[in-house]
Design a protein around this ligand. Structure first.
Ligand code: HEC
Ligand code: HEC
Length: 146
């Protein structure tokens, strides 16, 4: 490489560096604290609801909304072969009182006349649609009106 080419390349590099430095923007963080400060996870809050069987249903905000869970879900696990939500929601009665049974949309059509309809496995993970409630400040403002 001849000398004048080297000088030209160095000059170009210097101009680029100066240009970058002058346009560098101050990075800001979405977490409203310095990126290097320790993350402060929000406190774990208790569910507003207590044991099932003593709550009013929460009004739905729009048609086809998966209803919100008014009771606690502590202790009600969902595993591949065992879904404790079904212990109750497979029926429309709980301790002799009327309760919301899962909709027909959650069952497959019975394959034979007289057979019990099976739970549609696409509905197995109840809490991907039905969420329990805690008393927490919303993370972002929301002015949605149902
Ligand atoms: C011990 C019985 C029981 C278990 C277990 C249970 N529920 Fe419930 N659930 C109820 C009763 C009873 C209600 C009616 C409200 C009340 O009284 O708490 C209800 C209400 C609901 C509602 C509101 C329905 C509507 O139409 O508004 C949803 C959604 C729900 N439960 C989802 C779940 C999910 C998800 C699970 C598992 C994590 C679960 N439930 C476990 C008994 C139960
Ligand atoms: C893919 C989303 C989804 C999943 C998963 C799901 N649901 Fe639902 N659920 C809904 C929607 C949407 C509605 C309201 C429309 C309807 O009734 O089909 C509903 C309605 C209900 C209702 C109210 C029925 C009524 O007539 O008022 C209950 C109770 C319920 N679901 C329980 C459950 C339980 C228990 C599970 C897990 C075994 C479950 N759901 C899984 C979306 C879901």
């Amino acid at each position: 490489m001849n000398k004048s080419l080297k000088v030209t390349l160095l000059a170009a590099l210097a101009v680029t560096l100066v240009a970058c430095a002058s346009t560098a923007v101050q990075l800001s963080t979405l977490r409203e604290q310095s990126v290097s400060s320790a993350d402060s996870a929000p406190d774990v809050k208790d569910y507003v609801g207590k044991r099932p069987g003593q709550h009013a249903l929460i009004a739905r905000s729009f048609p086809q909304q998966p209803p919100l869970v008014p009771h606690t879900v502590d202790g009600y696990g969902i595993a591949p072969g065992d879904n404790s939500c079904l212990d109750c929601h497979i029926s429309d009665e709980f301790k002799g009182k009327k309760m919301p049974k899962m909709s027909d949309s959650h069952f497959l059509k019975a394959s034979m006349a007289g057979a019990e309809p099976a739970v549609d496995m696409q509905r197995w993970q109840c809490d991907s649609c039905h969420v329990p409630q805690v008393d927490a400040k919303p993370l972002v403002d929301n002015d949605f009106k149902g």
